[in-house]
Design a protein around this ligand. Sequence first.
Ligand code: AHN
Ligand code: ZN
Length: 329
Amino acid sequence: MKKYCFIIVIALVFVFVGCKDKKQKENKSEFSYSKVEVPSFNADSAYAYVKTQCDFGPRVPESKAHKACGDYLVSFLRQYADTVIEQNFSSKLYNGKAVKGRNIIASFNLKSTDRTLFAAHWDSRAWADNDPDEKNHKTPIIGANDGASGVGVLMEMARCLKLKTTTIGVDIIFFDLEDQGTPEWDESDIEDQSDWCLGSQYWSKNTHIPFYQAKYGILLDMVGYTNPCFTKERQSMYYASSIMNKIWKIAHDRGYSSFFLNDETGGVMDDHIWVNQNAKIPMIDIVQYDPAGSFFPYWHTIKDDINCISKNTLRAVGDVCLVAIYSAS
Ligand code: AHN
Ligand code: ZN
């Protein structure tokens, strides 16, 4: 009898421990980001930062506006970051011509070795080669969505990062020379698309700190359009599916499921490709790219101006990124 009692007690202990274990696991997988406390992302500020960039005019490499906007971005970041590093370099355009570039890197909480990287491109395209009107095909674009939106979101995040310290380290990179790939009207065809994303190609082979590493990275590209659709882009899924799924879970928990779709779309040649391939940092691209395979309606047209920008979209993207930062331990 005593023996049976002993066996029953042992069995009950197993059942109890088993249940508790299962419950803990369930709780973990059901973790909701909806209650994570983050500094509040001010969409009015982010919008103003996008507009300030646009007001310089097209930030075409080696132009006056480009230089002035670069100086503005550096002095802006110096107010909030621990360090700001400028990386001047030279690359070759699709036509073989040399062009000067300037990557801008801001670092927060430098003492932490557990780092997360955020990036966007700050140059704007020299040609509206996708404009419906052919006479605009050689006119530079303002790049409110294609360029300034990602930078504006990251600028507002920089302001937030100074307000509340983080346990992890954060680096923000503004890549130059992303958007000067072969214009549609030119004959040349560079098959591997290495004529795009020159700033990230340079940085990923020459990181601002030797042997720089980050746990993961998030690239923001065209993150300001009204009612956007961010899909799971193939190259991000190839290199960093667990990060992509985590970020999409954050977005859904925060109530942005109508912007962050679960559709998987084809690959996009963007700065994250080179960061993944050369710097070996798993990086995803939050990019407006719809399931039919097109970017936003005014992509590479003269209508990519401030009228494309929605504060709601900037807020959604900034909030998701801040939750990723402040929920990390
Ligand atoms: C290409 O069209 C080859 N890549 C898209 C990358 C891009 C351009 N992002 C913004 N503008
Ligand atoms: Zn572009």
